[in-house]
Structure formats: C-alpha cells, structure tokens
Design a protein around this ligand. Structure first.
Ligand SMILES: Nc1ncnc2c1ncn2[C@@H]1O[C@H](COP(=O)(O)OP(=O)(O)OP(=O)(O)O)[C@@H](O)[C@H]1O
Length: 625
C-alpha cells in the first residue's frame, strides 16, 4: 500500500509555532544574532580548509541598525551568506537547520561554537515583525538574492544587488498595541540591553550606532550629543580565559558588571571541567546578605549559558537551597536544549553539574574556614543561618555535607567555634556536647541552668538562632557525641556536691506536691534542683520538645500550640524555699502566692511571656506590702 504523507496547514503551523515556543518576545534578537554568529563561524571554518579565503578577524562582525521612521530593524553579518537554494531550503522549510547539517558535513565536534540546531530560531522574527526581508550573498557567488515574507502567506525570492558576502535581515516592526510595546525594538538603547542580556559573549563584535552625552572638547562642563559606532558585547567570556591571566580585580569587576550584588564578593570560584559533561563556571560567595535573602521573594539560581548564549537567568536546579547565596554562572557546550532554548530536554546534566558545584563550594568554604577564619566568620554572619536550615531541612540528608561548616559561640573560648574544635578539647569524663538556648549571648550567660555545667568545667555552646536547636536535633550527634541542653531534665552527669545538698525530706515532697497542685498542668512536675547554685528557681524540660522550640513553634503561622514538658526546679537551699516551708503548714495563701511568683519568674528567665501579667503584679504587690 502506498504510504501517504501527512499534510499540514503550514500557515497555521507557523503561527502556532512562533507564538508557543518562546515565552519572551525579545529572544528573537538572540536568535538572529546567533544565526549571524554561526554564519561567521562557518566562514572561519571554510577559511581553515580553503587557502583562497583569508579570515581577517576585523572584517567579521554583526551590525544592528534601526530606522525608526520606517519601523525597520536590520541585523547584518559578514558571514558565509546563502545561495538562492539555501534561502529556499533553510528559510523555506521549518525545522530544517542548515547549521546542523553544516556541523555534520564537516564533522565539527569540539572547539566550534555553532549554535543553531533546530531550524526554527529565524521564524522568531515574526513575533515582532509584520514583514521580514533577507538579502544575502553567498561565499563564492556573484549573485545576491532577496527573500521576503509576511509570515503566514509564504515567501518570495528574487535576484538583487549586494556588494559584499554576507546577510542583511530587515524586520518591519509591528505597530504598538494596547498590550504590547513594539517600539522598544526600534530603540537602540533598549536593543543594546537585550544584546547584553543574551548575546554578550558572542565571539564576534556586535556593532551599533549609539548616541551618548559627552563633554565638549573646548568646554569641559558643557555636554553635547555624540552618535558613534560602538561594540556593545564583551565578546570573550571571562570564564573562558585562563585563570592565570585574571586578577582579583577582574573577577570583582565582573561581579559588579553582572549586578550580582552591590557588595564586593568575599570569594570567587572559577571552575573548568572537561569530564562527561564539559562546562565552565564562575561562582561568587557574596560578602553581605541580600536584603530579601531570608524571605520568600529571594530567588536562588545561577545564570545558565550554552556556548556563550544565555539560556536561563536563574537556573535554580544548579544550586541546593543551603547554598542559595552563591551567585554566578555556568556555561556548557554539552547541554541538550529544548527547542525554545529556555529549558533543557532532561535535567540529568544539570544534576551532574550541581553535584560537582556543591563539592567545589564546600571545599572552598572549608579552605576559607581553615586559612582565613576572620573572612569565614564574616561569611557565616551573613549566611550561617542558611547552612543551619540546610542541616535541618530535607530530613537531614545534607547534614554530613554541612556539619563541619557550622559555628557556635562558646562559653569557654568566648568566640565562635566549630563542633570539631569543641569535641577535640572535651575533658575525658564529659559525655555530651552541652548547649544553652536563648535570645542573646548575654542572656544565656545569666541563665541559672548553665551554672552547674560550667562548674564542672564543661564548655557550653550558645544557641541564639531560632533554627539552632532544630538543626542540632537533626544532627543528633557529632563524632559519636550526642547533644544535651543545659535545661534538660537529666544532665548526664552526677552533680556530686549538689546531690547531697538537694536531698529532699517527706516534708519537702509534700510542699512540692502542693505547688504542683497550685500550678496544675502548667508544669509536669515540681522538684528539687540539682543544677541551681545561687538562683531560687528555674525551668527544665523533659521530652523531645524543648522550651526554646516551643517558643519558635508558637510564632509560626500554623502554630498548633505545641507545648514542652516543663519542670519547675526549686533550689532547696535557697532562703525563699525555707520561707515557703515555714508557711506550708500555716499559710496556704502565702504558698500559693510564692508558687505563682516563682513560676512566673522562671518563665521570665527563660524569655517566655507571663501568661497573666495582672495577677503576677498583684502577687508581687502582695509580697511587697
Ligand atoms: N544570517 C544567516 N547567514 C547564513 N545562514 C543563515 C542565517 N540565518 C539563518 N541561516 C540559515 O538558516 C537556517 C535556519 O535558521 P534557524 O534560525 O531557523 O535555525 P537554526 O539556527 O539552524 O537552529 P535553531 O532553531 O536552533 O536556532 C540556519 O541553520 C542557517 O543555515
């Protein structure tokens, strides 16, 4: 049976294609410039194999001109040009890529950056133009041809005049509509911005006539408008340069030019990988926290280039959340792009690159921590919280990567220390890594709960960030040592001295029972403290949820009223307790007042809010009378 060909309504197909592939209209310029660059590349390649052609770098460029009055935008190149047949087949058959065919014919693998592969980019011009004309003269040809189309209705080709080899593509830009501003594509400054955005690293000069204000030659303080030809693209990407050729200043300048931040970068990382997937990357660790960093507005990601052409402004898949502060770009010639060049066909390649980048960033941070502690602390001050979120999130699967990057303030060293440094100097009899939580270092220092641990000569890490305790709970242990809060019910050592002193009698126990009765389920128990030395009272807790965690959780929008199991600990050697003991038999009211005051004081010491401030102050007045 004879096979029938599918028929397609090419008119409709073209319209559908043009309007569905690209999410941004401005990329039409990227596509036309990429074609021009490919055409020059082909010329260069031809010169390598044909002695009769000399490739003089300065003769090869792309030029953009505008004619506002006639609404025309022209992109000219001095590339290889197209014959009549090539105009017909390359611009007359959708999805036919002359560039891909050229690459295959000439077995071009590495080293040449030919961009075209799908055979559709050219038609993007119809997103902004009512009419497109192409005047082209091919290398080795005497004639030139004019190809013309209004999009849907097909195209015409006729002979024309053109002096030099190359191609001029002229777009008659659409009229503005209520929703769309097409005039921007006739404004040289706007066009320059689009070139800088997508095509800054095209290897050949992209020239434009631009008007700028310049001081007059004879009168320095007077300005005049000067129109001159400028090369608007940077051409050689800094990441393709040899590292040895680049100075710190070059990297810093690039960071500024790219508007990665207003600060100076703390560190740069320049990677060039020639493995399974080839890529270059320049990454920066900023010095200061962006103003919206810890908010939902902040968008992480690296710029993604394919052969020097921008594909994505913020490719989030290249960075895990815990390193979301890293800025920079990745350029790879091996990406399998989808037809719009806005996405990749599969993300395996990105995953591979991400994995390598994470390793690189971590190595660089460890190096900074070891050799430039002050700089690292600056970094940690800006982004340490994010690392701790990283330990906690994703069910702790990144804790191994991150644990050695953490720093906490130490009671002993009175500065930030790593977990490794803490564990290395732990006395032999110490089994746990102790920590205390609070709003600030000053506040933690005065916590009654720290006294007995400090007396033992043990170091305490101060947790002042909301996320600290959550992260540590996820970490569970470091080098075989578990973490313990100084407020936890069991401190993990016998406080020998206080053991004897905190012995309780039956009479004491009866008083504790009564206090528990007064406080009801505000506390799970009232007992004699083994940790208090000078203070009369404190709260400790049992169970998974600590008092600090309760505080953090209560501030969350979906607060489910999670409560820590609180224990009111009483210093039985304190004179207040003696007073209460005396009142126990005779003055129930006094016991109730004292119990409530002590409980509320313990809340305040912990930085918790007093549930009923009025009755608390009434109680205090009662005692002051
Ligand atoms: N300025 C030009 N000079 C010479 N040939 C050109 C020019 N512009 C387009 N072509 C030819 O037309 C073909 C089709 O161009 P088009 O932009 O549609 O696709 P492409 O560049 O091959 O692929 P992609 O869709 O990936 O950009 C090109 O492959 C090339 O052979």
């Amino acid at each position: 049976m004879a096979k029938q060909q599918f028929e397609a309504e090419s008119k409709r197909l073209l319209e559908m294609m043009i309007n569905s592939i690209y999410s941004q209209r401005e990329v039409f310029l990227r596509e036309l410039i990429s074609n021009a660059s490919d055409a020059i590349d082909k010329m260069y390649y031809q010169a390598l194999t044909d002695d009769s052609i000399t490739f003089n770098q300065s003769d090869y460029y792309i030029k953009i001109t505008t004619d506002k009055e006639n609404r025309q935008l022209t992109i000219s190149d001095t590339g290889i040009g197209m014959t009549k047949e090539e105009l017909e087949s390359n611009l007359g058959v959708i999805a036919k890529s002359g560039s891909l065919a050229f690459k295959k014919e000439n077995e071009i693998k590495d080293g040449y950056d030919i961009i075209g592969q799908f055979g559709v980019g050219f038609y993007a011009a119809f997103m902004v133009a009512d009419q497109v004309t192409v005047v082209s003269k091919a290398l080795g040809s005497e004639e030139a041809y004019l190809w013309q189309s209004e999009g849907a209705e097909g195209f015409t080709i006729e002979p024309t005049e053109k002096e030099t080899v190359g191609t001029d593509i002229t777009l008659t830009i659409k009229e503005n509509t209520d929703e769309d501003d097409f005039d921007q594509f006739l404004d040289p400054n706007q066009l320059k911005t689009i070139v800088k955005k997508y095509s800054d690293f095209i290897r050949y000069p992209i020239k434009m006539e631009l008007t700028t204000q310049k001081p007059k030659e004879d009168k320095e303080d007077e300005f005049e408008e000067v129109t001159e030809e400028q090369t608007v693209n940077s051409m050689v990407p800094i990441w393709k340069k040899n590292k040895a050729e680049l100075t710190e200043e070059d990297y810093n300048q690039f960071y500024m030019d790219k508007h990665y931040g207003f600060d100076k970068p703390l560190q740069h990382i320049h990677v060039s990988v020639d493995g399974n997937i080839r890529y270059q990357a320049i990454l920066y660790i900023p010095e200061t926290t962006p103003y919206n960093y810890y908010s939902a507005d902040y968008e992480k990601g690296l710029e993604l280039y394919s052969n020097g052409v921008l594909i994505m402004n913020k490719c989030a898949d290249l960075l895990p959340d815990y390193f979301s502060f890293v800025k920079g770009l990745v350029d790879s010639e091996d990406l399998s792009l989808n037809i719009s060049r806005e996405m990749l066909q599969h993300d395996r390649q990105l995953k591979l690159i991400e994995k390598n980048l994470v390793k690189k960033i971590k190595t660089e941070l460890v190096k900074l921590l070891r050799s430039e502690r002050e700089q690292y602390e600056k970094f940690y001050d800006a982004f340490g919280r994010q690392l701790k979120y990283g330990v906690y999130s994703d069910f702790g699967q990144n804790k191994e990567t991150l644990q050695d990057l953490l720093l906490f303030y130490s009671s002993k060293e009175e500065k930030l220390v790593t977990l490794k440094e803490y564990v290395e100097r732990m006395p032999e009899d110490q089994s746990y890594i102790y920590y205390a939580t609070g709003e600030s270092n000053a506040r933690i220092e005065r916590l009654p709960q720290t006294e007995v641990v400090l007396d033992k000569g043990y170091e305490i890490l101060y947790f002042t960030d909301d996320v600290d305790e959550f992260a540590i709970k996820m970490l569970a242990e470091y080098e075989g040592k578990s973490f313990k809060s100084v407020s936890s019910g069991d401190l993990g050592f016998d406080a020998e001295d206080s053991e004897e002193e905190s012995k309780t009698t039956d009479q004491d126990q009866a008083l504790f029972d009564e206090m528990k009765e007064i406080l009801k389920d505000k506390v799970t128990d009232v007992r004699a403290s083994k940790r208090l030395k000078t203070h009369p009272v404190c709260l400790s807790n049992e169970g998974e949820i600590s008092i600090e965690m309760e505080k953090v959780l209560s501030m969350m929008p979906d607060n489910q009223n999670v409560q820590a199991d609180k224990i009111l600990e009483i210093n039985v050697n304190h004179e207040i307790f003696q007073t209460m003991k005396q009142a126990h038999e005779t003055d129930k009211d006094k016991v109730a007042t004292y119990t409530n005051i002590l409980y509320n004081q313990a809340l305040l010491i912990e930085g918790l809010t007093v549930e009923d401030p009025i009755s608390f102050t009434n109680d205090v007045w009662k005692v002051l009378k």
